[in-house]
Ligand binder design. Structure first.
Ligand code: NAP
Ligand code: F7E
Length: 323
């Protein structure tokens, strides 16, 4: 019999790529979708899978809705990707971020414990938990030091996942994923903000790009590669925690240079530094060590930052030209 999966955050970047991967593997895919007044399925449409998902109404902040969705889906695997995922907004909406990204994980785990303890569980943890880094290269044993309400909420989500695994024997794994991007990335995140602006500037629809701290460094990978690591974690006999990263870190400045140079422009002619985009507390540098994922899961990143940025600029050139 084919396996089934419940994905929270199925309309997000990772949810869309993961749904596609699981559908290709023959899974029946259920997606928890919170009620919104606007259409949020554009990513699933772009991947051509909008009609292949069974949508279940529910919000991670609402424990009853999560339980109901789990009972309807009876999934072999649950991927908890739903979150308020934008670090910048987490200072403006700290309580919502805490409820959805922190307590929402407990809602999922508690529903699994009570109604579906055989379901395997994946928690979308994050390199933001390392924040003010305590080691030059961060791995599974590096102490955490979050620097935003988002990072703090996700740290709760991470530890409650570990705790339910140790307390109740649930097959619950936490993927500590470093930044991963794609043409389906939300426009508020810096890579997509840059590639969208590059396309607009190239096509004469915009002149400047306003950014914050371009000296920040990130370990950027491709979302399509990273969802494979999520799936691999749930195929292991034992649940565990894994860092997923490329092992290469780059400044926002150099990422801009790559994007602008691809269309024969110079970023220095267009980027304007705007204090409005600086954060109350910054994560200056992140650099992951994916050694454990490589050894235990046989996972390696396949996409360089250069090809990722080229892929994103190409997609944005097509989108902007169509407007
Ligand atoms: P994303 O594009 O922002 O998607 C987030 C998803 O969560 C959307 O489908 C959103 O639904 C849904 N959601 C938001 N609030 C919800 C609620 N209250 N109840 C149910 N669903 C809700 O994020 P992503 O980049 O795909 O990331 C997926 C997960 O990985 C997130 O948990 C994120 O924090 C984590 N993560 C991401 C990265 C990264 O670099 N991308 C790295 C590490 C960890 P709507 O579309 O309706 O808003
Ligand atoms: O910022 C700097 C900003 O918003 C990256 C989420 O997926 O990855 C993501 O969080 C860096 C930061 O991603 C602008 O200050 C400069 O240093 O693209 P971002 P993030 O905050 O790293 C982690 C792993 C997650 O878990 C999150 O869910 O870029 N930066 N100027 C800027 N950032 C933005 N957004 N906009 C700017 O204008």
């Amino acid at each position: 019999m084919n396996k089934s999966a419940l994905i929270t955050g199925v309309t997000g970047q990772d949810g869309a790529y993961l749904a596609k991967l699981l559908l290709e593997k023959g899974y029946r895919v259920h997606g928890l979708v919170a009620r919104r007044s606007t259409d949020t399925r554009w990513r699933l449409r772009e991947l051509g899978i909008e009609r292949e998902i069974n949508y279940l109404d529910g919000d991670l902040a609402d424990a009853c809705s999560v339980q109901r969705a789990l009972l309807k889906a009876c999934p072999d695997e649950v991927y908890n990707l739903g979150a308020q995922s934008f670090v910048g907004s987490s200072w403006d909406q700290p309580v919502t971020t805490g409820i959805v990204d922190g307590l929402g994980v407990t809602h999922m785990l508690e529903a699994i414990r009570q109604f579906s303890p055989q379901s395997r569980f994946y928690q979308a943890s994050t390199s933001e938990m390392f924040g003010l880094i305590q080691a030059e290269r961060q791995d599974e044993s590096t102490p955490f030091y979050p620097r935003s309400p988002y990072g703090v909420a996700k740290l709760y989500g991470h530890w409650i996942t570990v705790n339910y695994r140790e307390s109740f024997g649930l097959h619950a794994s936490s993927g500590i994923l470093f930044n991963h991007e794609s043409p389906l990335r939300g426009i508020e995140f810096v890579t997509r903000k840059v590639t969208d602006a590059v396309a607009r500037i190239k096509l004469g629809k915009q002149r400047e790009l306003r950014l914050g701290n371009i000296d920040a460094k990130r370990d950027w990978g491709f979302a399509g590669d990273y969802v494979e690591a999520m799936w691999l974690m749930l195929q292991q006999e034992q649940a565990d925690d894994y860092v997923v990263a490329t092992g290469v870190t780059t400044t926002v400045r150099d990422m801009c240079r790559i994007a602008f140079e691809y269309v024969e422009l110079n970023y220095e002619d267009h980027v304007v530094i705007d204090p409005a985009f600086f954060r109350p507390a910054e994560v200056e540098v992140l650099l992951g060590n994916p050694g454990k994922a490589e050894r235990m899961l046989g996972w390696t990143p396949k996409t360089s930052l250069e090809s990722l940025i080229r892929m994103m600029v190409d997609a944005d050139l097509v989108r902007v030209a169509k407007e």
